[in-house]
Design a binder for this molecule. Structure first.
Ligand SMILES: [Zn+2]
Length: 81
């Protein structure tokens, strides 16, 4: 019985560490201008680096310009339907 709980707990820890590693990779811990230092370095959609100027102008922005445009278009298409 307890084996299942152990395995589940182990698995959960692994998943959490993966998520944390991904989080650290994506965000710039040394960006002092960011609120709580949580400014994404790379685009959430295509993993391209987001230019610093864009990150500073739009705090919390998580996508590069082309992906942002694509998202906006997607949303417009959805609203039209
Ligand atoms: Zn992108």
């Amino acid at each position: 019985m307890s084996d299942f709980a152990d395995i589940a707990a182990e698995r959960e820890q692994e998943l959490r560490e993966d998520a944390l590693a991904d989080f650290r990779r994506r965000y710039c811990p040394d960006d002092v201008n960011a609120p709580d230092n949580l400014v994404p370095c790379t685009c959430m959609d295509c993993d391209e680096p987001i230019p610093e100027g864009r990150r500073l102008a739009l705090p919390g922005i998580a996508t590069c310009v082309p992906c942002q445009k694509r998202r906006e278009n997607d949303q417009k298409n959805r609203e039209r339907r």
